[in-house]
Design a protein around this ligand. Structure first.
Ligand code: NAD
Length: 278
């Protein structure tokens, strides 16, 4: 029987560190980090994330400015708002909530964010620096995952890691972070053949397909570290990719949904905000 890895508990440790860092700044009369989050339109998921970010900022003593924009905003206007924030000394981190409405070019607009303020790590410059192992802000979900694994005694080096999913925000960057830790990494996706066979050999299995409960115990190697990134609403309940109850019988660690990876993501955003890039 494995261990249910409590993401909330690990996130709280990071939040304590951030709170101490902010308090020290305040005590010394220094400027507290400031964050701007931009929401275009009224996507319900994005509203939920902005509210979560704002709650955590308030809890940690971080200054936050929320900018709500009309769904039909012209691309040039949005670019100008970002350019102004890039030059605003009160703002150290900018988050543009995704997805953007269809008429807006996501790659172009996220890349307008100065890489020093790109605390989501999604601009082209941040991405290039990330894969070249240069100083930059890491994407928050993969950063949360790697820190979750590191919060345990589990050794990553030399292990065989399998990542299911190849998106730019989860699959590819977590594969890179595992590689940086000297794991041997395979990335699987919707066209992969023999997925079960590949997963069965994994010492570390990261599931980020967004397919509820499709990873059963037959996919799991005895003692594997299983990270469930998937979040899909099923009958009003947030559901992961992993059949938690049966997988934990075989694995050494499993992250639950909710309360696993998701619990780390916003905290990693705040950690990025406090890690100033020169
Ligand atoms: P995505 O849709 O961009 O990517 C899904 C990936 O899974 C694709 O690369 C696809 O090839 C692969 N895939 C789909 N079906 C598959 C199958 N049957 N077998 C193998 N691979 C398959 O999604 P994403 O943005 O990477 O997010 C993945 C999941 O993680 C979603 O459920 C999302 O909601 C969740 N997520 C959670 C957090 C968090 O903080 N908890 C953050 C980001 C994403």
């Amino acid at each position: 029987m494995g261990i249910k890895l409590d993401g909330k508990k690990v996130a709280q440790k990071y939040q304590e560190e951030i709170r101490r860092f902010i308090k020290l700044k305040k005590d010394k009369g220094q400027k507290v980090p400031g964050m701007a989050n931009i929401l275009v339109g009224n996507d319900s998921g994005s509203i939920y994330y902005v509210n979560n970010q704002n709650k955590l900022c308030n809890k940690l003593g971080i200054d936050v400015r929320s900018i709500f924009l009309e769904e039909n905003i012209h691309e040039d206007n949005l670019m100008n708002i970002i350019r102004k924030l890039n030059c605003d000394d009160e703002i150290d981190g900018i988050i543009l909530q995704l997805p953007l409405p269809k008429h807006l070019n996501e790659a172009k607009i996220t890349s307008e964010i100065s890489y020093k303020k790109d605390i989501d790590g999604l601009s082209n410059l941040s991405t290039g620096k990330f894969y070249k192992k240069e100083k930059c802000h890491m994407p928050c979900t993969p950063k949360g995952i790697i820190n979750l694994i590191k919060s345990t005694e589990f050794e990553i080096e030399g292990k065989y890691a399998v990542v299911i999913g190849r998106s730019n925000i989860v699959g590819k960057p977590i594969a890179q972070l595992l590689l940086n830790e000297n794991a041997t990494v395979t990335i699987c996706h919707s066209k992969t053949k023999n997925l079960k066979q590949i997963c069965k050999n994994a010492d570390i299995l990261v599931c980020a397909a967004g397919k509820p409960k499709f990873i059963t115990k037959e996919y799991i190697k005895e003692g594997a570290f299983v990270i469930d990134v998937g979040t899909t609403m099923v009958d009003g309940k947030l559901t992961g990719d992993v059949c938690f109850e049966e997988v934990i019988e075989k694995a050494s660690f499993v992250t639950p949904v909710p309360g696993g990876v998701g619990a780390m993501t916003t905290t990693m955003l705040m950690k990025n905000l406090c890690e100033e890039l020169k």
